[in-house]
Write a protein that binds this ligand. Structure first.
Ligand code: C6P
Length: 423
């Protein structure tokens, strides 16, 4: 089994030497060979979730077939092996985002749980009546609702940084929103609905001048850009495994040690304690203080394997390929009469949201699906973005490292079909 894993990684390494080879990468993803409605699958819904390479699927199978047992508890061989595999995945995640310490890496269910953890734990301890939390107008519901819930609980106020018609955050307005009542800034690194890459380093620097910590929602950034949490100097960074070619139900919350140490546990249960009596419980050290109960062990190991796979190909090579796809797709879609791209920021990741005269985004999605092209249509769990652009919904094509320009040509052909149907 070990040989198989090493062979795949060696192939990936030689790929880096031979430059980015999308054909060979596609071979690693079995699902890309599927046909849908009699046509080859063109999967352009990667912002929702990305497909899994065989190495990740093998890591999950191997865990259940050969290593399955609970971790951090057993004295037996299998438990030790599973514990080592799980903790080695934590070390890979640390390395992937360049966190200083493995204890700053908390396994969570995904970005959503990571943000809720900070909202409840940091928020419960440090946010009081009259305080303010700052988010932006392009946030996913996962980075809005947890803060609204906190605000309701403690009597704090949510402040929102506006965006311009291109979908870029207005930095001067952001500066004007900060004040001595601000207790936290929480913004997306990359917008899922618009594709905007936010200037998070600058946002963090500005907040830190007020001694305000910053959480970065990295759900749409970690799979596509190099993330260095020490360079960004963010206080928290959250991302999901399933958008990073890994399993669902697993993700990472990075937190600076000094914040995590100061924060109370999020949930109580096994593994997060060092001593329990009916009078008092002593909590475990980091990161276990925030990891109550049996975790998604296979998910953690699978995520570690996805990180190995990504790093073997190289984040810079992936980002360069996806930039080319974005440029090609933007030119191709802009040439379609009656099509308007929503989100035209100068700095963008591989997301193209669009509307088409006379066709509802859901109809676009359905007609594209009939031609084997998978996109997302709707509000993308970012209703305030739709409200900002006065739209009920958009159609959204989102790219991953295995997509090709030929697939974008097929997308354009499929959109032409929509135009044919709707006149
Ligand atoms: N966006 C999309 O289709 P979870 O569900 O916890 O893995 O990720 C939530 C989340 C948080 N922030 C951003 C910026 C996101 O894009 C997402 C997930 C998916 O756009 C599913 S709604």
């Amino acid at each position: 089994m070990k040989v198989a894993r090493d062979t795949v990684l060696e192939n990936a390494w030689s790929r880096t030497e031979n430059r980015f080879d999308v054909r060979r990468i596609r071979e690693d993803f079995p699902i890309l060979k599927r046909r849908v409605h009699g046509r080859p699958l063109v999967y352009l819904d990667n912002a929702a979730t990305s497909q899994k390479p065989q190495v990740v699927i093998d890591a999950l199978t191997r865990y259940y077939a050969e290593e399955n047992s609970n971790i951090h508890r057993g004295v037996h061989f299998l438990s030790e092996q599973a514990t080592n595999a799980y903790e080695s995945a934590r070390a890979k995640a640390r390395d992937f985002i360049n966190a200083k310490e493995a204890r700053e890496i908390i396994f969570v269910r995904g970005t959503t749980e990571g943000i809720n953890l900070v909202a409840q734990s940091y928020g419960g301890k440090f946010v009081r009546k009259g305080d303010e939390i700052v988010i932006s107008a392009m946030e996913h519901h996962s980075n809005i609702v947890p803060w609204q819930m906190l605000c309701e609980q403690v009597g704090a106020k949510l402040r929102v940084i506006p965006i311009n018609p291109e979908g870029e955050l207005l930095v001067d307005e952001y500066k004007a929103v900060l004040n001595k009542r601000t207790k936290l800034v929480s913004v997306a690194h990359v917008s899922n609905a618009l594709g905007t890459i936010n200037p998070v380093k600058e946002i963090i620097e500005i907040a830190h001048a007020w001694n305000v910590p910053v959480l970065v929602d990295g759900a749409q950034a970690a799979p596509h850009l190099t993330v260095d949490v020490q360079d960004l100097d963010c206080d928290f960074y959250a991302f999901s495994g399933h958008k990073l070619y890994g399993p669902t139900g697993i993700g990472i919350l990075y937190g600076k040690e000094r914040w995590l140490e100061a924060m109370p546990p999020y949930q109580g249960g096994g593994d997060m304690i060092s001593l329990v009596t009916f009078e008092k419980t002593h909590y475990n050290v980091l990161p276990f203080k925030f990891e109550a109960g049996t975790p998604h062990i296979a998910g953690g190991i699978g995520l570690g394997s996805a990180i190995d796979y990504l790093r073997a190909i190289g984040m810079d090579a992936i980002a360069a390929h996806e930039r080319e796809l974005l440029a090609y797709g933007t030119t191709a879609l802009s040439a379609i009469k009656g099509l308007r791209i929503i989100g035209t920021a100068k700095e963008k990741a591989g997301v193209i949201s669009f509307v088409l005269d006379g066709a509802h985004p859901h109809d676009i999605g359905t007609i594209l699906d009939q031609q084997g092209v998978a996109i997302r249509a709707g509000h993308h769990c970012a209703m305030p973005v739709m409200q900002r652009f006065a739209l009920p919904a958009t159609a959204r094509a989102s790219f991953a490292m295995y997509n090709t320009q030929e697939e974008i040509d097929l997308l354009v052909e499929a959109i032409d079909k929509v135009i044919e149907v709707f006149g």
